[in-house]
Design a protein around this ligand. Sequence first.
Ligand SMILES: Cc1cc2nc3c(=O)[nH]c(=O)nc-3n(C[C@H](O)[C@H](O)[C@H](O)COP(=O)(O)O)c2cc1C
Length: 322
Amino acid sequence: MSLNINALGLNFNTPLCLLSGNAGYGTEYLKVSGFNYDAIGAVFLKGTTEAERYGNPPERVTETPYGLMNAIGLQNPGAAAVIRDLLPKLNWDGSPHFIPNISGFSIDEYALLAQAFDQTPVPAIEINISCPNVKKGGAAFGNDPDLSAKVVEACRTVTTKPLIIKLSPNQTDISESARRCIEAGANALSAINTVSAMAIDIHTRKPRLGNNQGGLSGPAIKPIALLAVHKVYQVAKNHNVPIIGQGGITNSDDAIEFMLAGATLIGVGTALAKDPMIAGKIIKGIQKYMDKYGYTHVGQITGALELHDNSSGCTPASCLTK
Ligand SMILES: Cc1cc2nc3c(=O)[nH]c(=O)nc-3n(C[C@H](O)[C@H](O)[C@H](O)COP(=O)(O)O)c2cc1C
């Protein structure tokens, strides 16, 4: 039984990834007793901008039923410091792969960041065009397929490293965005980023987050994310472009749902804070599922979803007797 995935010209030990903003710059979780990277194929590093950023005013996270809302506002030390001080602390043997996540406030900034990371040992670059928590930039690009494509084109001209584009769920047609990004040179797609949301404290009559609004993650967004992955897969499969499925995964059943919908790799973000050892449990569950249904390679699950045939509509025989 094989859990290896070959994608983006890289070998991933397992299909499970730790998502950007939830695993720091790759070394933080190693301080947690018992944590290791054995079950993890890739770690996406915290979103990085050209200049250092202090992020949004507090509160930056708040819990909601079944989800977490955040408006961190891309706090990070800036690309030069990440490249100079943080990347050298990581192992570049590919187990796991460490992949930077870049965010810009202009197309030029995205290109500059892609060029900066091109000069480093990173095996690929994730481009966040979908951060809902900064006023300018981020989602402003990801919610407009034209701008999304322009960001990808600009980055494509400055690096030959694989480009992973992180798509926004906060747009009308995510499959159109996927198509435009692929045509512009995307090698993989991450779906989805957090969903724009608000929470209000009824006693102060103020939003719970200092930024007034934020991005919702965790189990609350899983059904939204699954449909998005299913839609993106309808486009991406024709171009052999892999999807990193994410949004609310908390156990192996969730992860398998994302793979059935079309994800090649799957990612865990919010759930990691509750259980830092979650990766090993998810991988064990996937192995059990593969054993039960006779899959010899984890990649065989990708896209194995069988849609209902509704072509004849609802008839007394098919519907009313149920
Ligand atoms: C606290 C927090 C910080 C995040 N920071 C980033 C980021 O810097 N860049 C990015 O592309 N996504 C960021 N995300 C989005 C996650 O990478 C992920 O796409 C999203 O949370 C959905 O997965 P989940 O439900 O498993 O958390 C962040 C999410 C959270 C909860």
